[in-house]
Write a protein that binds this ligand. Structure first.
Ligand SMILES: [Zn+2]
Length: 413
């Protein structure tokens, strides 16, 4: 059993410390962890003797994965673009043919809430089947009042109607929508729409906890990002950012300056950014699924970030354009082979550090007394086999707040 117990976000060498307990056991009461230890220790407790026993048969148990970066609600895949990209089409060519994020925007606006919900529910079941117990979900394919609200309201509905926890993020500043690109002052008017129409509605309706901005070439500048994130904060939304993915813009420095919960991607950070992240509380979230899917050679400098002391997390970036996977085990495999993280570091980054990225470290991310009983169990003999077997699902059982929400078919639970 990997407990990940300990205090504080994991930096440097502490990313390798999984606090492994051989023949481990947890005692769960009302969905919360009441005791953790060896099987002998836990079974000796009077309360355990009276409890219902769930034998995991010597499999590997760890905290449920916390996927701190997803674009859960979208209308359709972009498999056609995938094929064009493989054939050599550039990002600009795809955009000219109406592809890219704007393609997803068009499809989302046309989709009904019912259709979107059906697709999201199916995805949430799959997240659970791969050992994930909490996800962050971003809006950002609506880019107009009604459609953004449609997504954010769905986050709320889904959170109430299925077992996975959903942390809602407003990403109105994903890209400037087409109808605002025709005039010179379009960008300004769109940002004004975010500040004056969307954020008040979202703040008052408590529809999101975080405000995110895609700060990059072809999206929003550092100045514009700052303006949107500060406006979000006035409505109680904590900042987080898409930073240095396609180019270096200085987004990381802004994220640190604004004490953002996380800055995500980081393929193009420079030495100064890495040093600054090493001294910051802002979590450095890496999304290797994106580079893998796009066939890029350049991944984020994970080793340098870990050596500098940054709080490194991993997430899927589940989205139809650049990372259509919801498998955290696959992300762990990529973290090991492409980011040169060890299996232990990758697991820490996908659990406790990811919980920090969502500011939920007091409730999840490790198996400790007082935290939620969010547990993933893998049909492996050694935790290193979780990333080792890539592209295959060995998740055997997933538990959310003490309740089994996924069990592999051949299991007897
Ligand atoms: Zn993203």
């Amino acid at each position: 059993m990997l407990t990940l117990r300990g205090s504080g976000a994991r930096r440097g060498n502490s990313l390798s410390n999984l606090a492994l307990v051989k023949d481990g056991a947890v005692l769960v009461r009302d969905g919360m962890i009441a005791a953790v230890g060896t099987q002998a220790q836990v079974e000796a407790l009077p309360e355990a003797r009276a409890g219902e026993k769930l034998d995991l048969g010597g499999r590997v148990a760890l905290p449920g994965f916390v996927d701190s970066h997803t674009h859960l609600v979208h209308a359709a895949s972009r498999a056609e673009e995938y094929e064009s990209k493989i054939a050599g089409a550039s990002y600009e060519e795809i955009a000219r043919k109406g592809g890219g994020i704007l393609n997803s925007v068009k499809q989302l606006r046309a989709a009904t809430a019912k259709e979107l919900k059906k697709r999201a529910l199916a995805a949430l079941q799959q997240f659970a089947a791969y050992g994930t117990t909490t996800i962050e979900a971003k809006s950002g394919y609506g880019l107009e009042l009604a459609s953004e609200l449609k997504i954010l309201r769905l986050h709320k509905e889904l959170a109430n109607e299925q077992p996975l926890e959903i942390v809602s993020t407003f990403l109105g500043a994903h890209v400037v929508p087409e109808e605002y690109r025709k005039n010179a002052d379009g960008r300004k008017r769109y940002i004004k729409l975010l500040e004056e129409n969307l954020l008040p509605e979202i703040g008052e309706g408590r529809l999101a906890e975080f405000c995110d901005v895609f700060c990059d070439r072809g999206a929003f500048s550092v100045e514009e990002s700052k303006q949107v994130l500060q406006a979000g904060r006035q409505w109680g939304l904590a900042p987080r950012m898409h930073a240095e993915q396609l180019s270096r813009t200085g987004a990381t420095r802004l994220a640190i300056l604004l004490r953002a919960a996380s800055c995500d991607h980081l393929e193009h950070v420079n030495q100064g950014d890495i040093r600054a992240l090493g001294k910051s509380e802002t979590v450095a979230t890496l999304l290797p699924g994106c580079d893998f899917h796009l066939g890029l050679k350049e991944y984020a400098p994970a080793r340098k970030l870990i050596e500098a002391g940054a709080v490194v997390a991993l997430a899927t970036d589940y989205n139809p354009g650049t990372s259509p996977t919801l498998s955290m085990p696959m992300i762990l495999s990529l973290a090991c082979t492409q980011l040169r993280m060890t299996p232990a570091e990758a697991i820490t980054a996908a659990t406790i550090n990811a919980a920090y990225a969502l500011r939920r470290e007091k409730r999840m991310g490790s198996l400790e007394v007082g935290k939620q009983a969010d547990i993933a169990v893998f049909e492996v003999a050694d935790y290193r086999e979780i990333p080792y077997y890539f592209g295959v699902n060995y998740c055997w059982m997933t538990m959310k707040r003490g309740r089994v929400i996924y069990a592999a078919q051949e299991s007897t639970i």
